[in-house]
Write a protein that binds this ligand. Structure first.
Ligand SMILES: [Zn+2]
Length: 386
């Protein structure tokens, strides 16, 4: 028989969860705001330590420190890993403009759904198992700080934690229909710098080499490249360049986002993007590519399929109609699943409109989503699949 005390404990926690969500959403934590992301980590750490849960911080130089909480106990050595990211895409100051607010059953505010609600859920799962006799397996939670830019510094930390785990639950927001995610595309972010030569645009323009003109041609070529395959997306999300309106532009810059499904397509399209970047039509103009971040595709193996089914069985036992789906966006679950450890994603509370002002989380989904993960952990432990 599974011990269901934890399920009952979770059932009463919605208002406490919303209160911690308020605390976390009220801290600006853009990926590049290390101080802010570390404040989110400190708040989670204080919450967990107040309940007697051991936490360890791994310092990260450029981005938010990683926080690792560990509950021992139960059968076997391999832990179940609950995972989530503390950074958001919103600029520092967004909280003051758009503070956390509740309207009926919906919570609003920067990062409320993606994915501070998931962080809250994971923290409460640890506390819930601790308060009801301890987890049936070692239970760990990892909170990282640079997912929104492809986890350049957290990736090895995630890989180490995922490798030692028997299963990973990444609490990105559940889809609006309640589905979890069993597969994701991979992605890579690039910055291209084009260097030309400046000249006076009235006096001697022929002496100049316009980096902006060169970049404009490349942008067309990259967009066309993105249209060559249905499962490929190429987005030029940022451009910059030039010095003054009356100077032939000596430099220009673009940031490019590549999304792919088949792992082999990453190298193929990276090579094509690079070739366009380097192939300059004007003499003396150069283009250089820098990789800013990468997401592994989240792929299915037998273990992941079994874990997905186990989660769906748990959800169905609880009367939920959850299904699993493939989604075109990327997440740290790709990093975890690339280690070979069975991984499911989007187990967090249900939300939508991520990365927009209209982002919301459904507050009455905190309890059922937490219970579905808790029951999955109980089922995993009873399978004894250490
Ligand atoms: Zn996210």
């Amino acid at each position: 028989m599974l011990n269901h005390d934890v399920m009952e404990w979770i059932a009463d926690q919605q208002s406490n969860m919303v209160s911690l969500l308020d605390d976390l959403v009220s801290i600006d934590s853009n990926t590049h705001d290390k101080v802010g992301v570390d404040r989110v980590g400190a708040r989670i750490r204080a919450f967990l330590e107040a309940e007697g849960i051991a936490c360890e911080t791994t310092p990260v130089a450029e981005h938010g420190d990683a926080l690792h909480a560990r509950l021992t106990g139960g059968s076997g050595n391999a832990p179940v890993l609950l995972m989530g990211h503390m950074d958001t895409v919103f600029p520092t100051g967004e909280v003051a403009r758009r503070p956390f607010r509740v309207e009926g059953n919906l919570g609003y505010g920067p990062g409320c759904s993606d994915m501070k609600a998931g962080l809250v859920m994971n923290a409460f799962l640890l506390v819930g198992f601790l308060k009801t006799g301890g987890p049936p397996v070692p239970l760990h939670a990892l909170f990282t700080g640079d997912e929104e830019i492809g986890s350049p510094t957290s990736r090895p930390i995630i890989e180490t934690a995922a490798r030692e785990a028997r299963a990973v639950f990444n609490s990105e927001p559940g889809r609006s229909n309640g589905n979890i995610v069993s597969g994701r595309r991979g992605g890579a972010f690039y910055r291209v710098r084009v260097t030309g030569r400046s000249a006076h645009s009235g006096l001697n323009p022929a002496d100049g080499r316009s980096a902006i003109h060169e970049l404009a041609r490349k942008i067309g070529a990259w967009q066309d490249l993105g249209d060559t395959q249905d499962d490929i997306s190429i987005n030029i999300g940022i451009i910059a360049g030039g010095q003054s309106v009356n100077t032939v532009a000596p430099d220009a810059m673009a940031e490019i986002d590549l999304r792919f499904t088949a792992p082999d397509d990453e190298a193929k399209f990276e090579a094509a993007i690079t070739a366009i970047a380097k192939n300059c039509l004007q003499d003396g103009v150069t283009g250089e590519v820098e990789t800013l971040g990468r997401f592994r595709p989240m792929a299915q193996n037998d273990g992941a399929r079994a874990l997905t089914q186990l989660y769906l069985d748990a959800a169905h036992d609880l009367g939920q109609t959850t299904q699993a789906e493939f989604t075109r966006s990327c997440a740290d679950s790709g990093v975890a699943s690339a280690t070979g450890t069975p991984t499911v994603c989007a187990t967090g509370p249900i939300g939508a409109k991520a990365h927009s002002q209209d982002e919301y989380v459904k507050l009455d989904t905190f309890v059922p989503r937490a219970q579905a993960v808790a029951l999955s952990i109980l089922k995993l432990a009873s399978e004894g699949s250490a």
